[in-house]
Design a protein around this ligand. Sequence first.
Ligand code: SF4
Length: 336
Amino acid sequence: MKEALFYRQGRERAVVCGLCSHHCVIEDGRRGLCGVRENRGGVLYSLNYGKIAAEHLDPVEKKPLFHLLPGSLTYSLATVGCNFSCLHCQNHTLSQSGTQVEQFPHAQRTPAQIVETALRAGAESLSFTYSEPTVFYEFAADCCRLAHDNGLKTIFVSNGYMSRSAATALCNLVDGINIDVKAYSEKFYHQICGGRLAQVLDNVRYFFDHGVWVEVTTLVIPGLNDSDEELGAIARFLATIDPQLPWHVSAFRPIFQMLDRPATPPKKLHTARDIGQSAGLKHVYTGNIPGSGGENTCCPGCGNTVIKRRGYMIVEHLMKQGNCPACDTKVAGVWE
Ligand code: SF4
């Protein structure tokens, strides 16, 4: 147990958690919505500090991040817990087990052990992923500081629902972030995820404006968020931030509490890609349909392919220090 950051006293031993945009008011002896922060006598504790429930060595493309050290390995870890309750969560066993944090199988780790393991494995970054890393902020922050001291980059894969205070702190701790923009409707966020869209959009812009490398993912779900209008609205929003901000449009598969929808047809993802490009986005990638050609990075100047991929694998990497070898245009990203 570790005393939590980002909270203040409320009335009669209640506390108000300020880590994410739910701002839970938590009575003495109770936990917040994520299940991993508990008020004990007016002190808020993080219950999942160092309780690592999943850790793997992944290609950074799997996060997905296509413009941050492409082709490198990232040491990826998670605790249980999430501040959303998405009906279609791909990692629901981890994310929705916050209230079982003590019983869920885990390994107790220190930040030093995580960084040492990552370095030994040949990783070039640490990724906080699989569940929602905001809800294990205290551990992730300690790992990030040590990772930077040892030359590793740091990555969050997030729903983007952290509070502004937490986002501000994270801007000094993470080099890259992939944020889900799950839809472009408050109704979707309310009914499917248990959150609000506006805060997520604000955070996408905020991280970008404060120098963090940002990529965005949208899981395209048949009949729920896949209309041309909605996909176009997401694409136009991203293009107002920067036309070179990468957008990953990924295929949904029926899972967890959303078994009543079919998988996304590949054709729909190609349409989504076309919509993104028509909105002015230079890097729109199709996800979960390997080998379809939608995974290559093209020069925003001349259009030549500068990184050729198949799934998470790099087939050919032609860029010269972040520039197109043919026309020397700079491709936005973190290349070294
Ligand atoms: S981090 Fe957890 S306890 Fe804190 S506001 Fe968010 S859901 Fe509530």
